[in-house]
Write a protein that binds this ligand. Structure first.
Ligand SMILES: Cc1cc2nc3c(=O)[nH]c(=O)nc-3n(C[C@H](O)[C@H](O)[C@H](O)COP(=O)(O)OP(=O)(O)OC[C@H]3O[C@@H](n4cnc5c(N)ncnc54)[C@H](O)[C@@H]3O)c2cc1C
Length: 409
């Protein structure tokens, strides 16, 4: 059995939005970078994301405006520049599902919530939508609440993955299973690709961006290395999302707010394999639903929609639940991160964007760190690379609402 030797500047594990964004940025800067993926591009959390490019309004609503949560305020602008083809990465082919979202209250706003909206902080981020400009659903005479516009776009996650990955096909490898790290090195390992080629890969830096898979990769590195290496720990936050299609009146992108200000429900709209509208629902519904069976969660979702939009009829709809974990750095005491995270341990960087919206910030922070630690481009020559077998590129993961087998009545 022949083992091919490959040297590169950076190896990235994981082809979700974070790994793909970093791959594009590093290659743009001249670093020989290879991305390794075990399943398919976008197969982890990325394909389940609602595609909201958060700008931190939620933190402002929760009264938690800190320096790090303010960093997210720049994200909609950074993404919009990329969408227009003027940003750091060209995302002009990405499908914009909606330029903005709305927040609605189902009754008259509570005084607490009204106070937030009236504050200087919120006035700069949101504005009330006049009756005729509202989504048609909220023009029904039975609707008694108010609707606010949130200037944060919603993007189609599959088109993000395609736009990031297509120019980088030659720098990606679809691998089988886990790498085997060579003794006492976190950056020298053996791996097999899906064409059964065997590789020994040596890199100057290894970046773990495998979402939930980071824990297993960290364990594999720890078992190869005799010296103590304190790789960061991970926390998983389970969600039970709900989707429905069939006879839906229109596409909406909306958060239902209540006095406690955490969205009771967040709805984004997508298209199933027949081009029919799908509502995809998260928020409190998904967080509180994790102990429920699918049937119980769907029953609660129906009750929620009936109570929030009693004038709509969902008789023709088909429903489905999606169980998915958010993978994040361990925060302790049930806390959630409010910005992206990376940690450096020698030549290993472990990273979680914590939000799709924060992938550009995470990649820029890692690039800066690599430059500060004098990473220099010194991979293999073109002629050495040409002598190696072509890397089998990973395929693309399907969007959950386009997988026919998920739907039931
Ligand atoms: C239900 C849900 C809704 C969300 N909605 C939003 C939203 O609207 N807006 C927002 O900003 N964020 C949202 N998020 C968060 C966002 O989806 C994630 O923060 C982001 O997608 C994480 O990207 P990632 O690249 O780090 O990981 P992932 O997308 O999880 O990708 C990890 C990749 O690594 C691969 N992998 C695993 N193990 C290995 C290994 N050993 N070797 C190589 N590859 C490996 C996996 O197959 C996968 O492709 C949502 C998350 C969830 C779960």
């Amino acid at each position: 059995m022949q083992t091919h030797r490959l040297k590169c500047d950076v190896v990235i594990f994981g082809g979700g939005v974070a790994g793909l964004w970093l791959l594009a940025l590093l290659r743009q800067q001249g670093f020989q970078t290879l991305l390794l993926e075990t399943e398919a591009l976008g197969a982890g959390q990325t394909r389940f994301a609602q595609g909201i490019i958060h700008g931190g309004t939620k933190y402002a609503l929760l009264g938690k405006v800190t320096a790090s949560s303010e960093a997210i305020a720049a994200m909609p602008g950074i993404w919009r520049d990329c969408l227009q083809g003027n940003g750091v990465i060209d995302l002009s082919k990405v499908k914009v599902l909606s330029e903005n979202q709305c927040m609605w209250s189902h009754n008259a706003l509570s005084s607490k919530l009204a106070g937030f909206f009236a504050s200087k902080l919120m006035r700069s981020r949101t504005e009330e939508i006049k009756y005729q400009q509202r989504p048609v659903i909220f023009q029904n005479p039975a609707f008694k609440g108010k609707v606010y516009k949130l200037d944060e776009p919603v993007l189609d996650t599959s088109s993000i993955v395609h736009a990031l990955a297509e120019p980088q096909q030659s720098a990606m490898m679809h691998i089988k299973g886990m790498p085997v790290f060579n003794k006492n090195s976190a950056t020298d390992f053996n791996v097999e690709d899906i064409d059964a080629n065997h590789w020994q890969i040596e890199a100057q830096r290894c970046v773990l961006m495998a979402g939930q898979g980071n824990a297993e990769l960290a364990a594999a590195i720890r078992s190869a290395i005799t010296m103590d290496i304190a790789l960061p720990k991970m926390q998983l936050r389970p969600l039970k999302m709900v989707m429905l299609h069939g006879g839906l009146p229109e596409k909406i992108y909306a958060h239902c707010l209540e006095a406690n200000v955490n969205p009771r429900i967040t709805i984004t709209s997508h298209e199933d394999s027949q081009g029919e509208t799908v509502w995809y629902m998260g928020g409190q519904l998904a967080e509180e639903g994790i102990e429920r069976s699918d049937a119980q969660q769907i029953k609660i979702a129906k009750q929620e929609l009936h109570s929030l939009m009693p004038w709509l009829d969902f008789e023709k709809a088909q429903w489905a639940c999606l169980d998915i974990n958010r993978a994040e750095p361990e925060m302790g005491k049930g806390k959630r991160p409010d910005t992206s995270f990376f940690s450096i341990n020698g030549a290993v960087i472990t990273a979680w964007p914590t939000k799709l919206a924060l992938a550009p910030k995470l990649a820029a922070d890692i690039l800066e760190q690599m430059k500060e630690t004098n990473l220099t481009a010194s991979g293999q020559s073109e002629s050495e690379l040409a002598a190696l077998p072509a890397f089998p590129a990973p395929g693309y993961a399907a969007l959950p609402w386009q997988e026919e087998s998920r739907w039931s009545n």
